[in-house]
Design a protein around this ligand. Structure first.
Ligand code: ADP
Ligand code: ASP
Ligand code: MG
Length: 595
């Protein structure tokens, strides 16, 4: 008998009528012959309401009590859903996270799933019940109630689908699928039939709120196909599977993180180990750092800039406070009025001038770019917040995301072969391990024969990045990593990019002409550099990856020239002579997580 997990988000159980509608959908699935596990969120805006109540009684509610409070939202809704099912004449049982054996670690408000005991759920299913499981919550070893983080019911649903070996995992929500960008922000966004795990993971962590990003880590790791669909209609929605919608499109989606904050640590000595101290202090607070740009300024001093979620700015600043003296930094600046606009696509890894297209679109829309970072399947630009909506519209249009690609796969073709994609034995083995959300690394590798070009004194003005990368593109040079950030001299930025060693002369020639045309300060090039990549699943949310990586490289006295992070890879650029040493020491340090 097939098993189906049906998750219902907050808006889908917002009032009694919607609760009864969700109940009917589950009963219908059961009548069609499925065993049904529902995963339910708190009703409507209940979680926000509870947060508001907490802040009304305390300026700093203890984390444990916060999770105790927030979990009540889901406890209310599962009971109501089970009552509705009973009233409609079917059998149901509601279970809290603790009751269905959802064991987590003890990091309140961001708990990670350790294990799920399926025995109790299976017993109820065997008895013919619809199991109504509370999303978002679990218990730690001391029976404290924990929560998984905002939006965490998606992760509960996909995790349950994985451990129960479900045939389908439906995410019933208030949109009828995944769109090329948030349809609430951009009406011209297009619903896609299919999107790949990697793209969805990246988009979710870059602001596409339709799925909790950790749920996609789970889905990818355990090969669970996800069907995102509307609670309010019977239409097919979007399948999230291993394959992308189109093999030819460079970009498949765009996302906006509206409330981002930029921090720059000024004048730190440029010696191995400094980045490590900075980022491990932040990682300790479990803050996920993004868009790291480090510039090597004059007199052996460096400035390190990076972004963090806006609501974690204060926490991050307090973490830095304690180490400023230790690292010998001369100052710290931050900007809380910035947003990050990103484009994501598996296809960009093999196509030229994708970044230039994005930068030109932003330039034409009158949007200035403060910072740029790229990785194999995403490009992010930090822009002034009051230009965020404009920026999103401009990049969506530049990549014609509103148009269906000619080679787009359809829901039907994917559905035909979207059964469990992972190797079954492998999944069973991993499910027995007691750390379901543990870090999983797939590879540690180096790419040699790279070169770096750096432009200093790049005016922080509209359209400059587009000019630079269009020129490079016209010279037929393939650019891999791009970073742009504050360059240590007020009002200017530096742009660095990596290219093939063989293209260095040509790249420098183009860079020099751009430097002159725009009155930039300087052009520098370096041959003989290596890109070191650690690949895996969900690397940004596992903040320890960066920490361990920097720690290891610092201990081995290997200097990091450039950094690029994504959900799929952490890349650093180092000197070629140290490539093999770096790879060996990381392989040893991550031996437990590599598979
Ligand atoms: P639920 O309560 O069901 O979990 P959420 O509010 O968490 O629902 O997620 C659904 C919302 O996600 C949609 O209403 C939509 O505004 C937003 N969203 C953001 N990005 C996207 C996207 N790329 N595609 C679809 N919806 C998106
Ligand atoms: N109720 C929780 C929230 O609002 C979890 C969820 O809905 O997924 O974040
Ligand atoms: Mg949600």
């Amino acid at each position: 008998m097939s098993l189906i997990v049906q998750k219902f988000g907050g808006t889908s159980v917002a009032d009694p009528e919607k609760i009864r509608a969700a109940a009917r959908r589950a009963i219908r699935a059961q009548k069609q012959g499925h065993r049904v596990v529902m995963v339910v969120s708190a009703m409507g805006k209940q979680t926000d309401e509870l947060l508001r109540l907490a802040s009304a009684v305390s300026d700093k509610p203890p984390a444990r009590e916060m999770d105790m409070l927030l979990s009540t939202g889901e406890q209310t809704s599962v009971a109501l859903v089970a009552m509705a099912i009973d009233d409609l004449g079917a059998k149901a049982v509601s279970l809290t996270g603790g009751q269905f054996g959802m064991k987590t670690d003890s990091s309140y408000s961001k708990a990670r799933i350790r294990s799920i005991d399926t025995g109790r759920i299976e017993k109820h299913l065997d008895e013919g019940h619809i199991v109504v499981a509370a999303g978002f919550q679990g218990i730690d070893d001391d029976l404290n109630i924990t929560t998984l983080g905002r939006g965490g019911s998606d992760t509960t649903a996909v995790a349950l689908a994985a451990v129960l070996g479900a045939d389908a995992c439906e995410i019933n929500t208030d949109v009828d699928g995944v769109y090329t960008t948030d349809p609430r922000l951009l009406p011209e966004a297009r619903r896609v039939d299919v999107i790949s795990y990697d793209e969805m993971l990246e988009l979710a962590s870059l602001g596409a709120g339709v799925m909790h990003s950790r749920s996609i880590e789970f889905a990818k790791k355990f090969g669970v196909p996800i069907h995102v669909r509307s609670s309010f209609s019977d239409r097919d929605g979007t399948m999230i599977v291993a394959q992308p919608e189109s093999e030819s499109s460079p970009v498949s989606g765009a996302a906006l993180t509206k409330d981002e904050a930029r921090i720059t640590v000024l004048g730190v000595p440029d010696v191995p180990g400094i980045s490590q101290t900075v980022f491990s202090a932040i990682a300790e607070k479990k803050v996920a750092v993004d868009m790291v740009v480090q510039n090597i300024g004059a007199e052996g001093k460096a400035d390190v800039s990076f972004t963090v979620p806006g609501d974690e700015l204060e926490l991050t600043l307090s973490a830095l406070d304690s180490i400023m003296e230790k690292i010998g930094a001369t100052g710290l600046t931050h900007d809380a009025d910035v947003s990050k606009v990103s484009v994501v696509g598996l296809g960009m890894a093999s196509q030229k001038s994708v970044a230039a297209r994005m930068f030109r679109a932003l330039g034409n829309a009158g949007v200035n770019i403060h910072m740029i970072t790229t990785s194999e399947i995403k490009i992010s630009a930090l822009v002034p917040r009051d230009h965020a909506a404009n920026a999103l519209r401009a990049v969506h249009e530049a990549f014609a995301l509103h148009e269906r690609p000619a080679d787009a796969k359809t829901w039907a073709s994917i559905q035909a072969d979207s059964s469990r994609e992972a190797d079954v034995d492998d999944v069973v083995e991993r499910l027995q391990n007691d750390a379901l959300e543990a870090l999983t690394l797939t590879d540690i590798s180096i790419v040699e024969g790279q070169a770096r070009v750096t432009l200093d004194g790049v005016p922080d003005q509209i359209g400059v990045a587009a000019d630079v990368f269009e020129e490079i593109g016209r010279a037929g040079i393939f650019v891999d990593m791009i970073i742009q950030g504050y360059d240590g001299v007020d009002g200017s930025t530096s742009v660095s990019f990596t290219i093939d060693d063989n293209d260095l002369d040509a790249g420098l020639k183009v860079a020099k002409s751009i430097c002159e045309a725009h009155s930039m300060r300087d052009v520098r090039g370096a041959a003989g550099i290596t890109k070191l990549s650690v690949s895996g699943i969900g690397l940004r949310s596992h903040t320890q990856v960066g920490t361990v990586l920097f720690e290891q490289l610092a201990d081995a006295k290997i200097n990091v020239e450039m950094i690029a992070t994504s959900e799929l890879q952490v890349n650093v650029v180092i000197d070629s002579t140290r490539g093999d040493d770096a790879k060996k020491c990381l392989q040893a340090a991550f031996a437990d997580s590599l598979r």
